[in-house]
Design a protein around this ligand. Structure first.
Ligand code: ASP
Length: 350
C-alpha cells in the first residue's frame, strides 16, 4: 500500500486528523494522455480539490497498490481495511474509505461487524462520475465525508459508526443498499432513517446514531461458505437441492417474498428441513427493501418457522451475509442463532 501525508492547512496547523483509504472505483479515475480512464495520483488531490484547504486537515492517504473496481473486492481487502482502521483508531479523528459503489454496501456492512465498539467515524464514499469529470459528484462526496469524519461534539466523534455518505445523505452502512446506477443518489436505506442530511448545514439525526458501549474489537476471521438463494415462482426443487447440497456449506441466506413467505410444497420444505438437520443455517430475508420478515404471519411462512429457519427481521441481504461471515467462525448451534437474532451494530430493529 502507498502512503502519503497532506497538510491541507499549511502553513497553519491542522485541526483534525483523518485517514483516507483509497481502494479504487470510479471516484479516482482520470483520463491519461491517450484518453483512457486510469486511477488518479492521490498526491495531486489538492490540485483537483483546492477547497480542501478550508478544512484544515492532517490527511494520511493510504492507497491500494492496485486500485480496484469494487466488483473485484475480496475478503482479504476487507481484512486489510479493518486492520488499518483498528491500528490507527487511537490516533485519528476519523476515516474516509473511497470505494466503488457497486459493492460498497457489502464492504461497509462487513466492516461494521468486524469493527464493533468503534469510537470514530468510518465514512464510505465514492462517486458515480470520476473526479476528473466536470459534473462529478466526487468532489462534494469527499469534502462532506471528510467533514463528517472530523466532526466532534464535546470532544467526541458525532458519528462513531460505519456509514455511507452519498448524494446528500449519510446512511448507516449495514442498513444501506445500492439502488441506483445512473443518478447521484445511489444508495437507499428503507428501514432506517438517514444519520445526517447535508444541505446548507450538515444536520445530524443524533437520536439515530449509535452510542459506542464496548471497547473496540477487531474480528477478522471470515467464513464465506454461504449462498444466497433467491426464490422465484416456479423455482425448480432440483436447483434448491443442488444449492443446499454444496460440500462444506455453512449457511443459506434465503430471499423470500413479502414478509418472509415461501412455497408450501412438501418437497421444497423437505429439502430445507434436511439442510437444517445437517447443521446448515437458513436465514430468511425479504426481497422487499422495506418492511420486515414475520415468520408465521401467513400460512406460507408458518412451516419455515417450524422447521427452524431463522428470521432475518428487517436486515438487508448485505447485512445478513456479512454478519454470518463474521459470526460463523466464532459461534455455532444455539449461540449463533441468538447472535443472529439480535443487533450487533444497529443492523436490525429489536
Ligand atoms: N464499477 C465501479 C465500482 O464499483 C462503479 C463505481 O465506482 O461507482 O468500482
Amino acid at each position: 500500500m502507498k502512503r502519503i501525508n497532506i497538510n491541507t492547512a499549511k502553513p497553519a496547523k491542522p485541526q483534525s486528523k483523518v485517514m483516507i483509504i483509497y481502494t479504487g472505483g470510479t471516484f479516482g479515475m482520470a483520463h491519461d494522455a491517450a484518453g483512457v480512464l486510469v486511477p488518479f495520483d492521490f498526491s495531486l488531490i489538492l490540485e483537483h480539490l483546492p477547497a480542501l484547504r478550508n478544512l484544515a486537515l492532517d490527511l494520511t492517504v493510504i492507497s491500494f497498490d492496485q486500485p480496484i473496481d469494487s466488483s473485484n473486492i475480496k475478503l482479504i481487502h476487507w481484512q486489510q481495511i479493518a486492520q488499518l482502521i483498528y491500528d490507527h483508531h487511537h490516533e485519528q479523528d476519523g476515516f474516509v474509505v473511497l470505494h466503488g459503489t457497486d459493492t460498497m454496501s457489502y464492504t461497509a456492512s462487513a466492516l461494521s461487524f468486524m469493527l464493533q465498539g468503534l469510537k470514530k467515524p468510518v465514512v464510505f464514499t465514492g462517486a458515480q462520475l470520476p473526479i476528473s469529470e466536470l459534473r462529478s459528484d466526487a468532489r462534494e462526496n469527499l469534502i462532506t465525508s471528510l467533514e463528517i469524519a472530523a466532526a466532534k461534539k464535546n470532544g467526541k466523534a458525532i458519528v462513531p459508526e460505519v456509514c455511507i455518505y452519498f448524494g446528500d445523505e449519510l446512511l448507516r452502512a449495514n442498513r444501506s443498499k445500492k439502488a441506483e446506477s445512473m443518478h447521484f443518489d445511489a444508495f437507499q436505506s428503507d428501514n432506517y432513517p438517514p444519520l445526517a442530511k447535508a444541505g446548507v448545514k450538515i444536520e445530524y439525526n443524533e437520536a439515530a446514531i449509535l452510542t459506542p458501549k464496548d471497547e473496540l474489537k477487531l474480528t477478522d476471521k471470515l467464513e464465506n461458505a454461504i449462498v444466497i438463494l433467491k426464490l422465484f415462482p416456479g423455482i425448480p426443487d432440483e436447483a434448491v437441492k443442488a444449492m443446499t447440497s454444496i460440500n462444506g456449506l455453512k449457511a443459506i441466506v434465503m430471499e423470500t417474498f413479502g414478509s418472509g413467505n415461501a412455497p408450501t410444497t412438501p418437497a421444497f420444505l423437505q429439502i430445507l428441513k434436511e439442510a437444517i438437520n445437517r447443521g446448515i443455517i437458513i436465514l430468511n430475508v425479504s426481497q422487499c427493501s422495506g418492511g420486515m420478515v414475520m415468520q408465521g404471519r401467513y400460512e406460507t411462512s408458518k412451516d419455515l418457522l417450524q422447521i427452524g429457519v431463522i428470521s432475518g427481521s428487517d436486515m438487508t441481504t448485505e447485512a445478513v451475509l456479512t454478519k454470518l461471515m463474521v459470526l460463523l467462525p466464532q459461534f455455532s448451534g444455539a449461540e449463533i442463532k441468538e447472535q443472529l437474532s439480535r443487533p450487533l451494530a444497529g443492523e436490525m430493529t429489536e
